[in-house]
Design a protein around this ligand. Structure first.
Ligand code: C5P
Length: 293
């Protein structure tokens, strides 16, 4: 079979609230999620035997059962068929462990490739179910676009698209572990919370300024003190460069700013790029569950 390839776009959290711990060890969430054009590329081929995953640039296959393999097995379980031998190649651009859902985006792109090749009529709900077997944010990464995510992150309500804008994403030179950030949030009662209803109304009204005004992520309150200043510094720099507003994405440490014009966004990306680890210019992306993406 010929190799097939798809983009694996990252996500940002326009708003992120943690409602509290759940009996299953996860947290009850309320988030407004947005797919962005910063992406990896995923290629699927049939192989001679087994399941191999390699990352372009680093040709050594990853050890052990990967999320990609678990997702492929969950996909074929949905079809009631054994998983054939497969080879998957990732071309990475999205920084990992950054709060941008990079790893989940790759798995979601693989699920879309598997549907394209083996079951074009499989409904998106079945693909989202296969994704949930490997991570809470997988259903959103499969669906894409703009959505309210509740529960563990898997209960999705589609929202109107983010009005056209430019997004500058900055990944500072340190990583934060999602598990640790949730542990830091576990016994916290957050005083300041995002106005998610207001953000939904702003999306319904097509108001970029209304969305920007309400960017908010409660994880910023539980950042280790030595990191809080750095994140705050990037947010301030983005605003000084003309961003309508800025916030951290997911469990961090990536920070993004929303801009009205390409000119302002690209000069902001240029000036932040001189001191902030990795900097990217991106645009909002609409839903991904059609066959065209
Ligand atoms: O679902 P996923 O494997 O991506 O989650 C990674 C970790 O993040 C979980 O092990 C859990 O500690 C934490 N988590 C959580 N509540 C959520 C999602 C993730 O506590 N809603």
């Amino acid at each position: 079979m010929a190799a097939i390839t798809r983009p694996a776009p990252a996500k940002i959290n326009l708003a992120l609230d943690i409602l509290g711990p759940r009996p299953d060890g996860y947290h009850e969430m309320r988030m407004v999620m947005q797919t962005v054009s910063l992406c990896d590329t995923v290629t699927l081929e049939e192989a001679e035997a087994g399941f191999t995953l390699r990352t372009e640039g680093d040709f050594s296959p990853l050890e052990g059962e990967t999320l990609e393999q678990r997702a492929a097995e969950a996909f074929f379980r949905e079809l009631g068929r054994p998983c054939p031998p497969l080879a998957v190649t990732l071309e990475k651009r999205t920084p990992a462990y950054a709060g941008l859902g990079g790893g989940s985006a790759d798995v979601a792109a693989l699920l879309r490739l598997l549907r394209q090749r083996y079951a074009p009529d499989l409904p998106t709900e079945a693909l989202e179910r296969a994704g949930l077997a490997v991570g809470s944010d997988m259903p959103f990464c499969v669906r894409g676009g703009t959505a309210l995510a509740e529960g563990r992150g898997e209960v999705l309500t589609n929202l109107p698209p983010l009005p056209p804008c430019w997004i500058v994403i900055c990944k500072p030179d340190f990583d934060l572990s999602t598990g640790e950030m949730f542990a830091r949030a576990r016994r916290r009662i957050f005083q300041n919370r995002p106005d998610i209803e207001g953000m939904v109304r702003a999306l319904e009204g097509g108001s970029l300024a209304g969305v920007a005004k309400r960017l908010f992520n409660v994880f910023e309150e539980v950042l280790p003190p030595e990191r809080r200043e750095e994140i705050q510094g990037i947010k301030t720099a983005l605003r000084c460069c003309g961003a309508l507003n800025a916030a951290m994405s997911g469990s961090g440490p990536a920070v993004f700013g929303l801009f009205e014009t390409e000119g302002e966004a690209s000069s902001a990306a240029e000036s932040l790029g001189t001191w902030c680890g990795q900097t990217f210019l991106a645009r909002p992306v609409e839903r991904l569950d059609g066959t065209e993406v």
